[in-house]
Design a protein around this ligand. Structure first.
Ligand code: KIV
Length: 272
């Protein structure tokens, strides 16, 4: 059941900050194509993330690293065409913003110009400060992403919970405050202890959107294909599955095959 405190015709970055101030939780899901985005937007989800998880979900890569800027723009432009209400945030992919702030700005501008997305998301804290500053200075809204940042998976070595140790937790808190100071409109916290996420959410005015970060965050994001149960080999503790699409789709495909083989499909009404 929806517990919206205010009706929004169109979600903007300011609406999200207002939602946090009003104590209204923010809903966010991923989409990479027109059809899925249309359904998600129609259901009233506040933010659609064109995540670089498209690299895993759409293209079958093991990590998010291989997806290119051109491919992200293709996915994002398909999503943008479907939207009436949601804010569309687009991941800036690995290798398109790390070398220097000018490259970061060029990539961010390409996303905004060529896809029509409303904002970009970057992974990292103090190490990307200058790039974030430069992108924001061009008037492009930026969402941060801290904690488990999948573009750094080869540095971390595993997908386990981040910032369990004091030193990393302190750095994460500082990074979140820095992103707020720079002018980011929100920050994603992925796979960190619930207590830490709650403390970060309390310490900043901008919304903290959690994934595997507990209920103290200001909103939640999931990968749509995971929450629909289309993927079934990925079973982290934080994932709630709302459907078992893997089974439903497999059954439908099997039934279709049986109907074709038996000659049952198409019947009299299904032909011209
Ligand atoms: O790429 C993605 O889907 C993400 C979410 C998991 C936050 O970054």
């Amino acid at each position: 059941m929806s517990v919206a405190k205010k009706q929004y015709k169109r979600i903007t970055t300011n609406s999200l900050v207002e939602m946090k101030a009003n104590g209204e939780k923010i809903s966010m899901l991923t989409a990479y194509d027109y059809t899925m985005a249309k359904i998600i937007d129609g259901a009233g989800i506040d933010v659609i993330l064109v995540g670089d998880s498209a690299s895993n979900v759409m293209a079958g890569h093991e990590t998010t690293l291989p997806i290119t800027l051109d491919q992200m723009i293709y996915h994002a432009s398909s999503v943008v065409r479907a939207i009436d209400r949601a804010l569309v945030v687009v991941d800036i992919p690995f290798g398109s913003y790390q070398s220097d702030p000018k490259e970061a700005l060029r990539s961010a501008i390409r996303i905004m110009k060529e896809s029509g997305g409303h904002a970009i998301k970057v992974e990292g804290g103090k190490e990307i400060k200058d790039s974030v500053k430069r992108i924001l200075a061009a008037g492009i809204p930026v969402m941060g992403h801290l904690g488990l940042t999948p573009q750094s998976i080869y540095k971390f070595g595993t997908y386990t919970v981040r910032a369990k140790e004091e030193e990393e937790a302190e750095q994460l808190k500082e990074d979140a405050k820095m992103l707020e100071r720079l002018g980011c409109f929100a920050v994603v916290l992925e796979k960190v202890p619930a207590k830490l996420a709650k403390a970060v959410a309390k310490s900043v005015r901008i919304p903290v959107i959690g994934i595997g970060a507990g209920n103290g965050a200001d909103g939640q994001v999931l990968v749509t294909h995971d929450m629909l149960g289309m993927t079934h080999e990925f079973n982290p503790r934080f994932l709630r599955r709302y459907l078992d699409m893997y089974t439903a789709m497999t059954d439908a495909f099997k039934q279709y095959k049986a109907d074709v083989k038996s000659g049952d499909f198409p019947n009299e009404e299904e032909q011209y």
